[in-house]
Design a protein around this ligand. Structure first.
Ligand code: ADP
Ligand code: TRP
Length: 327
């Protein structure tokens, strides 16, 4: 039996990219036989958040999202990163056997600084904390999106550097990346990668007027409906592909390819996208509403998850402390 671990930062409302690239896969994994741990990376969020109330809200939102979407919390542990402070000590131990050069090569640090985030020490050492998250639970598999592969590779390097000095303490993790390109990189409303930081994201539980308004923002050109088009080149189809059954999808493709009188225009496709999103998440939306009025239930799940996670992290930390002479 393997141990699967992943984290998601509470930095705004989870969007469709987070759903297809991460949360949906985590929920599916939680129904399997491996031991699963999923956490809300609130320590990591502090590298960019400066607003306590917003961080608390976003943390609750991630928990609600997992539960509403059906994470099996009997099998999987769902917890807040900061409820397992052992990871901070493990991060220190890893940091002391990691060369500066490794961190200096991190793409995500450079990208974030280029985007204007003020570089703090925490932002720079972000990958060390992430490596600690991973090794703290003897994780084998780390399901993440493409953007996080380098971080998992850095965790492998840090674990190996520590082990080279002190012996086999930390387990080597492997990244688990979605094979289907369209799930690994869900487009945003503007066609770039969907991301909170680009303002092109769509909240998983958006509905009604707001959902229709957001879908209307999906970028198109001004070609008339009658003009035959290649669906593979239309951003709208990248959304339809996420939600429609193959037969219906093929039908829309054929009609757009054919063009002519009666061919669907962009407006028709947008109406179908909004309907499909609304329908897909309707049961989860209702479950989310229920949970929203029952915060004690959510808190109990997180507390139980933290207890299970902490037991594992304490055992790993103890092993590491002994190995490096702290005991
Ligand atoms: P954001 O870019 O909005 O800040 P995060 O970096 O917090 O999102 O991503 C959380 C998880 O969701 C990660 O596993 C990431 O790979 C996945 N993810 C984020 N955006 C997308 C996307 N557009 N397509 C697929 N997966 C995504
Ligand atoms: N850095 C990840 C992200 O932004 C979140 C994260 C933190 C994580 N610690 C982790 C993911 C450990 C996997 C394993 O998406």
């Amino acid at each position: 039996m393997k141990t699967v671990l992943s984290g998601i930062q509470p930095s705004g409302r989870p969007h469709l990219g987070n759903y297809f690239g991460a949360i949906r896969r985590h929920v599916a994994l939680s129904a399997g036989t491996d031991t699963c741990l999923f956490f809300i990376a609130d320590y990591h969020a502090l590298t960019t958040s400066r607003d306590a109330a917003a961080l608390r809200d976003a943390t609750r939102d991630v928990a609600l999202t997992y539960l509403a979407l059906g994470l099996d919390v009997q099998r999987a542990a769902l917890f807040r990163q900061s409820d397992v402070p052992e990871v901070l000590e493990i991060a220190w131990l890893l940091g002391c056997s990691t060369g500066m050069g490794l961190l200096e090569r991190a793409h995500s640090y450079k990208d974030k600084v280029a985007k204007g985030i003020v570089p703090s020490v925490g932002l720079f050492t972000y990958p060390v904390l992430m490596a600690a998250d991973i090794v703290a639970y003897d994780s084998d598999l780390v399901p993440v999106g493409k953007d996080q592969i380098q971080h998992v590779e850095m965790a492998q390097d840090m674990a190996a550097s520590f082990n080279a000095v002190y012996g086999p303490v930390f387990r080597r993790p492997e990244a688990l990346v979605p094979e289907e390109e369209h799930l690994a990189k869900v487009p945003g409303l503007d066609g770039e990668k969907m991301s909170k930081s680009y303002g092109n994201d769509l909240w998983i539980f958006e509905s009604g007027k707001k959902l229709r308004a957001a879908v209307n923002r999906i970028v198109t050109d001004s070609a008339p409906p009658e003009e035959p088009k290649d669906p593979a080149k239309l951003l709208l189809f990248r959304f339809l592909e996420l939600f429609l059954e193959p037969a219906e999808l093929e039908d829309w493709r054929a009609r757009v390819r054919r063009g002519g009188p009666g061919a669907p225009g962009y407006g028709h496709l947008k109406v179908r996208i909004a309907e499909a999103i609304e329908a897909r998440f309707e049961p989860a939306r209702r479950r989310r509403e229920e949970l929203l009025s029952n915060p004690a239930e959510v808190e109990a799940v997180l507390a139980d998850g933290a207890r299970r996670a902490r037991e594992r992290a304490q055992a790993v930390l103890e092993r590491a402390r002994r190995a490096c002479g702290l005991r």
